[in-house]
Design a protein. Structure first.
Length: 72
């Protein structure tokens, strides 16, 4: 969890360590990004920003206190 400086909004951070990736960016992460960019629905988290470095990839997403595991 983090606080976005510009807006003061609480956001969630999802980190994907890329140390063990031999073939570049993980295909599952690419799929997730594509889907989240297209979806705009109140019950789906919103992708706000993507930050990358050689060994780390972070997604800044909207924060929610609920869990899908509780709803299913």
């Amino acid at each position: 969890m983090a606080k976005e400086i510009k807006t003061g909004e609480i956001v969630a951070l999802k980190k994907i360590c890329m140390d063990n990736e031999r073939e570049g960016f993980p295909i599952t992460a690419i799929r997730e990004i594509k889907i989240l960019k297209k979806l705009h629905q109140e019950n789906v988290i919103q992708l706000k920003e993507i930050v990358t470095s050689p060994a780390l990839f972070k997604e800044h997403i909207s924060y929610t206190e609920s869990s899908l595991a509780i709803s299913v």
